[in-house]
Design a protein. Sequence first.
Length: 85
Amino acid sequence: MRTTIRIDDELYRTLKERAARSGRTVSVLLEDALRLGLSRREHPGAPTFVIRPTGSGGLRPGIDLASNVTIYEALDADTGLDALR
């Protein structure tokens, strides 16, 4: 299928350079990048990074780093930044 997309000029230059170095076409590189990006979305539960608290005292009680709700509630609270530590 043919389609038209808009790509940042610098990104396209980088894409063309990489295609030339690898001996593949720009279209093949774009298809591979899309496949990779889409395959990562098929596994929403897979962790992409690990958060490791540092310092003394640990996490604030009641904050579950796996839950956006508790994080947002803590950020939206009418308390100062020092209360979150």
